[in-house]
Design a protein around this ligand. Structure first.
Ligand code: F6R
Length: 617
């Protein structure tokens, strides 16, 4: 999604904003722009394409001196990606400039009104409407910029994070948020301020940040500090400065060619970090504050509803199998985008678990607001600490995967499954649906998963060779059963999003009900066929594929011989409990997608049209 960066202080704003935009590239975007006050005038440079294209253009169009600047990476919603629609947008007078994430839903009505008042528009964007609305209020009511922004935002329906400044008063930047994240980095002695969609652009300058809450705005004044207010009624909100725990190294590639590959290889550590301090094997207990504190609610719940999108939804599907199998609690897994609009039946005895890496996905956030309004208890499983979903939830558990920069989710998925497994085991113990020896066995096996993921990662070269054979196909089918059916869905999603090859995931036995018609000698089929997961049944499915000449890539348990005899290729993963097997079978599928995309020369970390955190619905 779009990214915002801004700076006001004693340093040159240009390099801070440009480097900051590069840090936000992972969010996904199609154009970029920057606005600076160079001491004399407002200078704007923007272009379709990448931040590198912006740099080339800005070199010609703007001098890079000046201590206040705002920048933007745009992921098109209103209006195609082109130079004109790129941000920043300047008001009709040429005095005010804005960058904006989100969508102004009533922009057309506002635009028509502004047109009748003589305003003209260059772009197709809702953002240009907003900056002219702010200008109109400022002139009509003869108020300062902060007040004008506040009055204008009260007329707006939609979602936003914005940064605005006035070239006649460049010692102040006004920011606001509703539904789209915005952080303000506080420099030493409050002599400089950084603005960004997340903290990554300003980590090397400061570890102190204020995160705006929804419906809050701030006026940031050079040397004078920040004042946070409620947009609705102007009440002053005390500023809460957080100390960030994030390091610069965590958001750099660390010698890997791509963030995705780095994050795939980080999984042993990420999974360990997820269960550290929670899984206490010697004491044979699982300790999770969010669950302990609400144990009564969990034990009295009629059912658990899981809401999520994309890969997080797949983690939810794995959790459905795990919760029902271990804790015997009925689970429904819903696409957040469907759930929020279909008048679902939710009661006070329901627990809604929202899963989200970013914690900012608009549909998931809306789904939990709906669930809360109907009295359900909401438990968030998020990676990004302090994110909107984490804050909106009644309780929760972080995944502790560390920053995930690659757009294709990898370590977020396995750590989500890890957290959800811990919760299921804890509840199973409390409910008595698991025996003490089974419980201990699960703890032992879970603790061994990071080592086994390391083992699975050793197949990298072999998988690269398989990727080379299949990189030019048009379609791939992924099949799995039971706990590994969602892994088949996830494998297919990983492939399509970064290589643009069409892929479908299916429960293996469903193949007979349609997809089998696709199978011929040109169709590769990835089949997850681990020893404990309905193995014999899956082997029969493989036979069916074989007799139709499909090409079989089997994901098998170490030492397997039966599938090896039938398959064209096998990739081995270590043996584990069936319920934990998704944590291992996922690994080769991530690597297969990665290598195919690299061999096809695709932009692995920033696939076309995709955004890392989808903050619009
Ligand atoms: C796929 C992917 C997306 C996200 C989805 C939800 O690789 O990354 O499908 O999983 O957009 O995002 P979060 O988990 O941030 O809510």
């Amino acid at each position: 999604m779009c990214g915002i960066v801004g700076y006001i202080g004693h340093r040159e704003a240009y390099p801070i904003v440009i480097e900051g935009l590069k840090r936000l590239e992972y969010r996904g975007y199609d154009s970029a722009g920057i606005a600076l006050f160079d001491g004399n005038d407002l200078k704007v440079s923007k272009t379709k394409g990448k931040v590198a294209d912006l740099e080339a253009r800005a070199k010609i169009e703007i001098s890079n001196t000046g201590n206040v600047g705002i920048g933007h990476t745009r992921w098109a919603t209103h209006g195609v990606p082109n130079d004109v629609n790129s941000h920043p947008h300047v008001s009709n007078s040429g005095e005010l400039v804005i960058v904006h994430n989100g969508i102004i839903e009533n922009y057309d009505a506002l635009k028509q009104e502004l047109i009748t008042r003589g305003y003209t528009f260059q772009s197709d964007t809702d953002t240009e409407v907003l900056i002219n609305l702010i200008e109109d209020v400022k002139k009509k009511e003869n108020v300062k910029l902060g007040k004008a922004v506040q009055v204008a935002l009260n007329q707006v329906i939609g979602a936003y994070a914005i940064a605005v400044f006035d070239k006649n008063k460049p010692e102040e930047v006004v920011v606001a948020r509703l539904g789209s994240p915005l952080a303000i980095g506080i420099g030493e002695d409050e002599s400089e301020f950084f603005i960004a969609s997340d903290a990554s652009p300003f980590l090397e300058y400061t570890k102190n940040a204020v995160y705006l809450e929804d419906e809050e705005m701030a006026v940031i004044r050079f040397h004078k500090g920040i004042k946070v207010r409620k947009i609705k009624d102007d009440t002053i909100v005390p500023t809460y400065v957080q100390e960030l725990q994030l390091n610069l190294e965590q958001i750099e590639k660390g010698g890997y060619d791509h963030f995705m590959l780095k994050e795939i290889h980080e999984q042993p550590k990420a999974i360990t970090d997820t269960y550290r301090g929670r899984l206490l094997r010697n004491e044979a207990i699982i300790k999770m504050a969010g669950v302990e504190d609400n144990m009564k609610r969990f034990l009295n719940a009629d059912r658990i509803i899981i809401v999520a999108c994309g890969t997080s939804w797949h983690a939810g599907l794995v959790a459905e199998y795990i919760f029902e199998d271990l804790a015997r609690i009925p689970v429904e897994v819903e696409y957040a985008s469907e759930f929020r609009y279909r008048n679902p039946i939710i009661t006070e005895k329901d627990i809604v678990i929202a899963i989200s890496q970013s914690g900012e996905t608009a549909d998931t956030l809306a789904a939990i607001k709906l669930a809360k309004s109907k009295g359900a208890f909401v438990f968030g499983v998020c990676n990004v600490v302090g994110s909107s979903i984490a804050r909106e939830s009644d309780a929760g558990a972080y995944t502790h995967a560390g920053p995930e920069i690659g757009v294709a989710s990898t370590k977020a998925f396995t750590t989500q499954i890890t957290v959800l497994t811990l919760i299921a085991l804890r509840l199973a113990r409390a409910k008595g649906t698991i025996s003490s020896s089974d419980f201990r066995q699960h703890l032992l096996e879970l603790e061994m998963i990071p080592k086994k993921v390391e083992e699975a990662l050793k197949s990298d070269e072999h998988i690269k060779m398989i990727a080379d054979i299949y990189k030019d196909v048009r379609n791939i089918l992924y099949l799995g059963r039971g706990f590994n059916f969602p892994v088949a869905l996830e494998g297919a999603l990983k492939l399509k999003e970064i290589s643009y090859i069409h892929a479908e995931g299916y429960p293996a036995a469903e193949m007979k009900h349609g997809p089998i018609a696709l199978i011929d000698e040109n169709m590769p089929i990835v089949v997850i066929a681990t020893k404990k997961g309905h193995y014999e049944k899956v082997v029969s499915n493989i036979q069916e594929i074989k007799s139709r000449k499909g090409k079989i890539i089997g994901i098998v348990t170490e030492g397997d011989t039966q599938v090896r005899e039938l398959a064209d290729h096998v990739i081995e993963v270590p043996e584990t409990l069936e319920s934990l097997s998704p944590l291992l079978t996922t690994i080769p599928l991530q690597l297969l997608s990665y290598h195919i995309a690299v061999l096809l020369d695709k932009n692995v970390d920033q696939p076309r049209n995709l955004a890392k955190s989808v903050t619009v619905e």
